[in-house]
Design a protein around this ligand. Structure first.
Ligand code: 13P
Length: 391
């Protein structure tokens, strides 16, 4: 149940002056460590799945574990796809279980950034999924050395930020005010004046990428000026590397398990430190009380086919599965035939929607309309159709 809408979660943080940590999940050790810390600190947390890192793990294989971690948690959790690159990857992320998205077209010119972001926002909002956009450019690569990327930094312009949020309808804005993704030497110089102006003008939760390497005072000044989510990865990755090297030196066993020993504890201790420093610790109960639980919908149809034999029914069903499962917000399409032959209805579709908003967007989606009008409704007049939510 503690999977919650990230819009509610970040609005709570924004109103109460703290920041939620968004930590990258790159393996089960990271997932376990992050969840352990959030439970210990009684803090809301965001599990980040970073698209450019999908080359390091199988995203589809990872998502059931991420979803299970969120569902069995006692603290509120949002599952966020970070640095999404296209509408296709956004739809794939929603259909695999992400309930929040970032679209990152910040490297494009303003008009193109607005155009791509708006397309993703329209599709995601029709699925009930909130969207983070980015304006300005936070350079560098998570987990790597940042110094050689520092010249790519482009600060967020206040005028553009106002136009971008109005034209795209993003729910959160990632801004560039001096942070860099990755490992930096020394302390970055942050432009608090710019941050304050953007926050005063927009009043939407702001997001900082490149959260590694700031001082306590810098985090506090960011948070007191509207930053409600901080993305953090490089420091976790560095602490894990140190632990693995330590394990290699000190352990008599150099097996995989020996080298990976204590990794999730190391991650948990760093994450917990951040959650406490950013003011998120102890907030879980309030957030749960004030956020809508994220609940899928089961769209159930039971039907009989008329003027269609068994073999042709199977062809129609296979086509429906293919078409319907690619519609945004469709988590799963189950098609079945009754086990008993003497039931009132012989066939079923059970289509799982990620959110109640999908009831309408699915019904009106051109692929659904074409399949339903041309292949399904003409042969399935005798049917019952109901949408259910778990109680
Ligand atoms: P760091 O790796 O610099 O902490 O940044 C993480 C990030 O911004 C992910 O989007």
């Amino acid at each position: 149940m503690p999977l919650v809408d990230m819009k509610d979660m970040l609005q709570h943080a924004y109103r109460h002056g703290y920041a939620v940590g968004a930590f990258e999940v790159i393996s089960l050790d990271f997932l376990q460590g992050i969840m352990q810390a959030a439970e210990q600190a009684r803090a809301p947390v965001v599990l980040n799945l970073v698209e450019p890192h999908f080359e390091h793990f199988d995203f589809e294989l990872m998502m059931p574990a991420v979803e299970m971690a969120a569902l069995r948690a006692k603290v509120p959790v949002a599952i966020h796809m970070d640095h999404g690159t296209s509408l296709e990857s956004a739809v794939n992320a929603i259909n695999r279980g992400c309930n929040s998205l970032m679209v990152d077209s910040s490297y494009l010119d303003f008009t193109e950034n607005v155009r791509i972001t708006k397309t993703v926002v329209d599709t995601a909002h029709a699925c009930g999924v909130p969207v983070e956009g980015e304006l300005g450019c936070v350079p560098g690569v998570e987990g790597e050395t940042a110094d050689h990327h520092a010249d790519g930094l482009a600060y967020t312009s206040l005028a553009e930020a106002k136009a971008y949020v109005t034209r795209t309808g993003v729910d959160f804005l990632a801004i560039s005010i001096g942070t860099v993704h990755g490992r930096i030497k020394g302390k970055p110089k942050l432009d608090y004046t710019r941050l304050k102006q953007i926050n005063d003008a927009l009043r939407v939760p702001l997001v900082i990428h490149g959260g590694t390497g700031l001082s306590d005072d810098q985090y506090h000044r960011l948070i007191s000026n509207g930053v409600s989510k901080i993305n953090y990865f490089t420091a976790l990755s560095d602490r894990v590397s140190v632990q693995i090297k330590e394990n290699a030196k000190t352990r008599t066993s150099s097996t995989y398990c020996g080298l990976m020993k204590d990794i999730s504890q190391v991650i948990a201790s760093e994450v917990e430190h951040c959650l406490r420093m950013w003011g998120a610790a102890g907030r879980a109960a309030e957030v749960l009380a004030q956020c809508d639980a994220w609940k899928p919908v089961e769209h159930l149809i039971i039907y009989n086919t008329e003027r269609l034999g068994k073999a042709d029914t199977e062809i129609m069903v296979a086509e429906g599965r293919r078409v319907l499962s690619s519609i945004p917000g469709v988590r799963d399409v189950f098609t079945g035939e009754a086990v008993q032959s003497d039931t009132k209805y012989q066939y079923t579709w059970m289509v799982r929607f990620c959110h109640p908003a999908v009831i309408d967007s699915y019904r009106n989606h051109p692929a659904h309309v074409a399949f339903a009008d041309n292949l399904f409704r003409p042969v399935a007049g005798n049917r019952i159709s109901i949408d259910f939510q778990s109680v």
